[in-house]
Design a binder for this molecule. Structure first.
Ligand SMILES: Cc1cc2nc3c(=O)[nH]c(=O)nc-3n(C[C@H](O)[C@H](O)[C@H](O)COP(=O)(O)O)c2cc1C
Length: 266
């Protein structure tokens, strides 16, 4: 399994040949890029970004390995400080995806086992304050509302959270790792890479759900993927074709418009 997963994250030799050819600094690459931006390009890029949302129910339709490789090759054009490229990706499909899901679900279902699994890093703050707590609550209750899960329905919430560990039935599960020696700056780079994966997926009609739900179970994941000692689990991601009939996929989250978060200084 290890060699498969790691083999899947190796980029094909053909990745971005035009840019590599321009390392001599002729400017030809820049000219080509300037000319390539038309209104259609703008519309397509904006559509790929704005149509991305977290999908939590997928069809079993497979995603070809070549498509996953293309998505990763495109996403690897993400910037990173001094081109450090801190990302490392484990691509899980078939039996490997299924057996990891089974192990994670078993641990999640057993309260004693689950209590032994704690995240290696804090994704969320220890203390929630406004306005973040309200936004967090809203998205949670909106999702549960669509699914008919009431506020006292602990079993319903458990079942929905558990679906994370089945990659929401997506045919492709991604586990992202980083060298734990790297600093916060590299995590910034990592976020750009993750978003690029999700946008490149949209550009191919595919959907995703980024998932921090995996991080408490990093020891199980490390064992399953035979992670190198320096590899730390950043998050997971489901990738596949959205189920258009699933009620949870009707969730549309709100955003504060720029006037609410940007100040222009003239
Ligand atoms: C790094 C990261 C981790 C996330 N982890 C989870 C997760 O474990 N499970 C889940 O259902 N959604 C997860 N989400 C999805 C967020 O809830 C979602 O992005 C947010 O509510 C905004 O909705 P949208 O993605 O549909 O625009 C995660 C998002 C990010 C960026």
């Amino acid at each position: 399994m290890t060699s498969d997963a790691q083999g899947s994250c190796e980029l094909p030799d053909t990745a971005a040949p035009a840019r590599e050819a321009d390392t001599a600094g002729t400017g030809a690459d820049l000219d080509r890029r300037a000319g390539a931006i038309t209104d259609a390009t703008t519309a397509a890029v904006d559509a790929a970004i704005t149509s991305r949302r977290s999908v939590r129910a997928f069809l079993p339709t497979p995603v070809p390995r070549a498509t996953v490789e293309q998505i990763l090759a495109v996403a690897a054009r993400a910037p990173s400080g001094t081109n450090t490229q801190p990302w490392r990706v484990h691509v899980l499909t078939g039996a490997s995806r299924g057996s990891l899901s089974a192990k994670l679900c078993a641990a999640f279902d057993d309260p004693a086992a689950a209590a032994e699994h704690t995240p290696e890093y804090a994704y969320y703050p220890e203390r929630w304050t406004s306005p973040f707590i309200e936004r967090r609550r809203k998205v949670g209750w909106d999702l549960y509302g669509l699914l008919g899960i009431g506020r006292a329905d602990k079993a319903g919430m458990h079942a929905q959270h558990r679906r994370n560990y089945r990659f929401f039935d997506a045919p492709v599960g991604l586990i992202f790792t980083i060298d734990r020696l790297l600093e916060r700056g590299s995590w910034l780079d990592y976020g750009m890479f993750l978003q690029s994966v999700m946008i490149a997926a949209r550009a191919r009609g595919l959907d995703t759900c980024p998932q921090v739900a995996f991080i408490p179970f990093h020891r199980l994941i490390a064992e399953h993927l035979r992670l190198a000692p320096e590899e730390m689990v950043v998050c997971g991601m489901s990738l596949g074709h959205a189920d258009p009939n699933a009620v949870e996929n009707r969730l549309h989250t709100e955003r504060v418009p720029p006037a609410g978060f940007a100040r222009f200084h003239d």
